[in-house]
Design a protein around this ligand. Structure first.
Ligand SMILES: CC(C)(COP(=O)(O)OP(=O)(O)OC[C@H]1O[C@@H](n2cnc3c(N)ncnc32)[C@H](O)[C@@H]1OP(=O)(O)O)[C@@H](O)C(=O)NCCC(=O)NCCS
Length: 236
């Protein structure tokens, strides 16, 4: 994943995660306005937090998402940029991921959002945070038919806003495997900085691959969002 392509892997989850999801909370509220019309809704419990962006709904995962996950990650063009995603990816891998994700979410170190688009019955991608007890790491992927529409930028911005505004973190880690220029472009637009290079295992490609490590500070994210808003105003 970002390493969703990172060391994070939202297709097959490592279980070091933990942190209690909080109680049922109230009504919809604005998440600060920096990501346009994004709205955060916390109608039931915090692990069911729903983020609304102009075009997308980011929700909790359900068992019914297994087919869409298996379909998307069964595509090497997606999985080759992710870290610990089994290959070939089968339906049983998706069910195992969902079980692990459920436990890890309850434990509290992971928060994973399904990306849903209007008119699309199935999930179209995932954005996830892991390491919520320390500095979180964000990862994401989108099913190939949905690439090139700005969906990943929109979804990742919403989850970052949630991470900083609601979860209270001051920075987030991420990264991309070398050559993943669209993902690096997304991260740079959101204010991420390159902080190093490493080797990370990519299961789909069968070994360690060169990886660009990135990090986002809350101030840089705010600045990037304000710049985006100003650019949109200029464009009319
Ligand atoms: C990476 C991924 C999430 C991008 O999703 P997406 O919805 O198509 O991304 P967006 O449209 O929001 O943004 C992509 C940006 O990269 C740019 N881009 C596309 N191809 C590019 C390339 N070859 N080189 C540089 N930039 C490129 C796009 O123009 C866009 O930038 P813009 O908004 O300034 O125009 C998607 O391709 C994916 O899931 N890939 C496989 C898994 C993956 O790589 N996950 C991330 C791991 S770090």
């Amino acid at each position: 994943m970002a390493s969703i392509g990172l060391s994070v892997n939202f297709g097959h989850l490592s279980l070091r995660c933990v942190s209690p999801e909080a109680a049922r909370a109230g009504a919809a509220f604005s998440a600060g306005g920096l990501v346009g019309k994004m709205v955060e809704v916390m109608p039931q419990s915090m692990n069911e937090t729903e983020l609304l962006t102009p075009r997308l709904r980011l929700t909790a995962l359900s068992r019914g998402d297994a087919f869409a996950i298996a379909d998307a990650l069964g595509n090497f063009a997606v999985s080759c940029w992710l870290a610990r995603v089994p290959w070939p990816y089968r339906l049983e891998d998706a069910y195992a991921f969902l079980s692990q994700a459920e436990l890890a979410t309850l434990a509290g170190d992971v928060r994973i959002f399904a990306i849903r688009a209007e008119g699309e019955p199935a999930l179209i991608g995932l954005v996830g945070l892991q390491g919520l007890r320390e500095e979180p790491e964000i990862g994401y992927w989108l099913a190939e038919p949905h690439w090139g529409k700005g969906y990943a930028s929109e979804a990742v911005a919403a989850v970052l806003d949630h991470t900083f505004s609601q979860l209270g973190f001051a920075s987030v880690r991420s990264g991309v495997f070398l050559g993943n220029d669209p993902s690096l472009r997304i991260q740079k637009k959101l204010g991420f900085e390159i902080v190093g290079k490493s080797l990370r295992v990519c299961d789909a490609r069968g070994g360690a691959q060169p990886h660009i490590d990135t990090r986002l500070k809350v101030a840089n994210f705010r600045h990037a969002m304000m710049r985006k808003k100003a650019d949109a105003a200029v464009e009319g």
